[in-house]
Design a binder for this molecule. Structure first.
Ligand code: DAH
Length: 360
């Protein structure tokens, strides 16, 4: 009997001390496993005489039940402790700010934003987007656009020329997006209504010039495209882009080899305290060049100027981005400074649309 009491004490102590699943399992095996102490006792019962079985059986079975209960109790203690620990580990402090997922922490560069805004505005007027390569031929960048060889206007562009290739042809980094007009007219019959946003290059660097910059070109060719249509398109664009109901515009005579007549466009603004407001004030700001496509350009691109006429414009994208969003130095655009992009960048899910608002 005293053996049983000692076994009970030892077994219950081991169960009580088991503070994880494997210690508890070891205690169970020590009691009820194939070679377990209580299993051994139970096995002896069959060999006892009926009297001895009466005397010991009840005590052994009572021990078996007690140990089984202790195992179950300890198992549920461990289970509860594990649940408690998990709850503690996974506690959520709902008063903390929400951690943003990747797509919401990134920022859209103002250039990309402005490009998307401009595409949204012109898409609404039925324009499609055309693109061309950054490395151009002299023919598409100049000659087909009515810059005669040796013409001084070629010098105006401060061109980056590449080393001549095997055939002696000297390619260049396009100095404007106008060669995309040429590419489009060569492969598409009128009516044509395109805008061409893209990178352009000139040897120039100061607060408002960088060697790589961006332009958006526009081109319409049709049998009845007129200067009046051009003015309407540009006015609608300016109102939508600067998000004002009216904008004063001034068209001044100018010169580009690829347009005739050629014009430069200023928009009305007010500057005060380092701020610019559009659609009011007595100041004027030049924003783009435009004109009627020169007949030589149409015929250079396989379109008969007797049947068709067109208008075109070209605008500095970086410049209008600086104006609209009050960005003081163009060079910051290309410095890849995260502090700058976090301040001036746009939220990726605020996609510019005319219905939802351009600048969010
Ligand atoms: N290509 C001109 C430039 O870079 C801008 C320009 C002016 C484009 C008039 C045009 C235009 O299409 O009609 O200075």
């Amino acid at each position: 009997m005293s053996d049983l009491a000692a076994l009970e004490r030892e077994t219950l102590a081991a169960i009580d001390a088991a503070n994880d699943e494997s210690a508890l399992e070891a205690a169970r095996v020590a009691a009820f496993g194939k070679k377990g102490a209580i299993s051994a006792l139970l096995a002896t019962l069959g060999k006892l005489s009926p009297d001895e079985r009466k005397a010991h059986g009840a005590a052994i079975n009572a021990l078996k039940d007690k140990v089984a209960q202790a195992l179950a109790a300890q198992r549920s203690v461990l289970k509860n402790a594990a649940l408690e620990a998990q709850l503690k580990r996974e506690t959520v402090d709902v008063t903390l700010p929400v951690r943003l997922v990747g797509i919401e922490t990134g920022r859209i560069h103002p250039i990309s934003q402005v490009m998307d805004e401009i595409v949204a505005i012109f898409a609404d007027m039925g324009f499609s987007v055309a693109e061309g390569p950054d490395i151009e031929t002299d023919d598409y960048n100049f000659t087909k656009l009515n810059f005669p060889p040796g013409h001084p206007a070629r010098e105006m562009h401060d061109t980056f020329f590449l080393a001549p290739d095997a055939d002696g042809e000297r390619k260049l980094l396009r100095t404007h997006t106008s060669p995309v007009q040429v590419r489009t007219m060569l492969k598409q019959k009128p009516p044509i209504r395109i805008i061409c946003p893209g990178r352009t290059y000139r040897r120039d660097a100061d607060q408002t010039h960088t060697p790589m910059f961006h332009q958006v070109e526009g081109l319409v060719v049709d049998d009845r495209a007129t200067l009046a249509n051009l003015k309407w398109v540009l006015e609608e664009f300016c109102k939508a882009f600067f998000e004002v109901p009216h904008v004063g515009m001034r068209f001044r005579p100018s010169y580009f080899p690829f347009t005739s007549p050629s014009l430069e466009v200023d928009i009305q603004c007010r500057r005060s305290g380092g701020e610019i407001r559009f659609g009011e004030g007595d100041d004027w700001l030049e924003i783009l060049g435009c004109g009627m496509v020169h007949p030589n350009v149409l015929s250079n691109c396989g379109i008969d100027p007797e049947d068709y006429q067109g208008f075109a414009w070209g605008m500095g994208l970086d410049r209008v981005a600086m104006l609209k969003y009050g960005l003081p130095d163009l060079r910051d655009f290309f410095d890849a400074d995260l502090r700058w992009i976090n301040h001036y960048g746009f939220k990726p899910l605020d996609i510019p649309t005319l219905a939802g608002g351009l600048s969010g």
